[in-house]
Each structure stands twice: as C-alpha cells, then as structure tokens.
Design a protein around this ligand. Structure first.
Ligand code: NDP
Length: 242
C-alpha cells in the first residue's frame, strides 16, 4: 500500500484535513498538486512539504467559487506541463460559512457554497478524467459528511451540497467504473479537529476528537491496489478499524 510517486490533486490543501493529507502523503513520496484559495496559507503548506527535488510538488491558488470550464482547463494544462499525467483527485475543499436556518441564508452564500462544494467538483472531475483514466489505478475521492445522509437543521447549503455530492459520486461511479479502470469513492472523515468543525461546534473540546493523522491510512487505502476489488463506494471513518 503506497502512494509513492502517485500524482494527486488535493483541493483544500491549505488547511485542516487536506493540509494533513498533503503533508503526510508528501512524506510517503507522493507528488502533490495543492489547491486552495488562500495563497499565503497554501505557500506555507508547500514550504513544509517533503520532496527531494526542486519543483517536486505544484501549488495552484484557485478560488473554487469562481471556477469555470476555462479555469479547469488551465488547471489541466498546469498539471500536464508539470507532470504530464495524473493518478487521482481528493475533492476535499468545502465551505460551511455559518450555521443558520435555511430561510435566513443569503442567496449569494447559498450559491457560493454550492459552487465550492458541488459544482467545482463536477467541473474538475469531468475536465481531469481524461488524464486519470489513462492510469492503472485512477482514483476520484469525494468527501462526505454525516449531514449527507441524516438531514440536520441549521447545516444549510453545506448539508444540501453534501447530499448532492453523494448523488453525483454515485452517478460518476455507475457511469465510469464499468468502462474504465478507475475507482470513485466517497468518504466521510467523521468529526475532526479543524476550523470548519469549530464553526459548527465552537465549544467542543478538540482533545476529544481523533487526530487528523488518523485519517491517513484511509486515504492511503483508497489509492492502493487493495481497494481495486471492493464493491463498497461510500465509506465512513468508522468503517476502517483504526
Ligand atoms: P477546513 O475549513 O479546515 O479546510 C477547508 C479547506 O477548503 C481549506 O484548505 C480551504 O482553503 C478550502 N476551501 C474553502 N473554500 C475554498 C474556495 N472557495 N476555493 C478553494 N478552496 C477552498 O475544513 P476541513 O478540513 O474540516 O474539511 C475538509 C473536508 O472534510 C470538507 O469537505 C468537509 O466537508 C469534510 N468534513 C469535515 C469534517 C470535520 O469534522 N472537520 C467532518 C465531515 C466532513 P482556503 O482557505 O485556501 O480557501
């Protein structure tokens, strides 16, 4: 089970879970394309990455709320220029913004959240798919949440987006896994100590949550040959005996 030399795009790599996956995958020899909207946070992560050669990794500053077909093609071009190929994507970036009743959620926030959490993943997946299907064990990993399966008041457009991502991941899976050697997974990392979690649970003691590093074996497994034969496609952290 190794991610060594795998070329993986991680969205939301500047903070939280995405940052931890980036730092740990880099230690294991993966070549990473880091994507986030905050350039200085992204540079700080890039500077911490392990990588023996200059330009081993690639950093792409991109606000996913503004992503369109043209900018996705630019992302593809940057990956092709830097690496010439791509093994997979971890669609990890997401925004919650705030907890609020739906009737109080501003329409512009609704649109922004759906753009970042859902539409950008659709655009990036369809744009980069041609690269991923050329690889032997191509992967697209979507990120879920318990609010994708159990509606919870006040989770707003974030919950709606995660419901929709679950459906979209399933459609991609049905349409692609039969004709390509690719696996499409959707993973709920469970309660994890990040800035997003703090918005939802400001008074929670972070010490009661698992460390972000505990998620790494799950992501490694998704990229391993071992996961080629599974029929399961929706996973929760608790499915892994960690
Ligand atoms: P964080 O808020 O810590 O990190 C979110 C990441 O998404 C940041 O790197 C941020 O980058 C990026 N991001 C947000 N908006 C944009 C944007 N417009 N354009 C580009 N990148 C953006 O969140 P978590 O690490 O907690 O969440 C990671 C994933 O895990 C999410 O999909 C979340 O839904 C899911 N999840 C988290 C749980 C938890 O308990 N933490 C539980 C269940 C699911 P930047 O600041 O550079 O824009």
């Amino acid at each position: 089970m190794s991610v060594k030399d795998k070329i993986i795009l991680i969205t939301g790599a500047s903070d939280g879970i995405g940052k931890t996956v980036a730092l740990e995958f880099a230690k294991k020899g993966a070549k990473l394309i880091l994507l986030g909207s905050n350039g200085s946070k992204l540079s700080a992560v890039y500077d911490q990455l392990s990588g023996v050669e200059k330009d081993y990794h690639l950093s792409l500053e991109c606000d996913l709320s503004l992503l369109n077909d043209k900018s996705a093609i630019e992302i593809e071009a940057a990956i092709l220029e830097h690496y010439g190929r791509l093994d997979g994507i971890i669609h990890n970036a997401a925004t919650l913004k705030k907890m609020t009743p739906l009737i109080d959620l501003e329409t512009n926030l609704w649109e922004k959240i759906l753009k970042v959490n859902l539409t950008s993943e659709f655009i990036i997946t369809k744009t980069l798919l041609n690269l991923i299907v050329k690889e032997e064990n191509g992967r697209v990993i979507f990120t879920s949440s318990n609010v994708a399966t159990q509606p919870k008041a006040f989770w707003g457009a974030y919950a709606v987006s995660k419901f929709a991502v679950k459906g979209m991941a399933e459609l991609f899976r049905q349409e692609l896994e039969n004709i390509h050697q690719i696996k499409i997974f959707n993973f709920d990392p469970g309660p994890s100590p990040t800035s997003m979690r703090e918005i939802a649970f400001p008074n929670e003691d972070k010490e009661t949550l698992k460390s972000l590093e505990k998620l790494i074996p799950c992501y490694e497994w998704f990229f391993s040959e071992e996961s080629n034969t599974t029929n399961q496609h929706y996973f929760k952290f608790s499915d892994f005996k960690i």
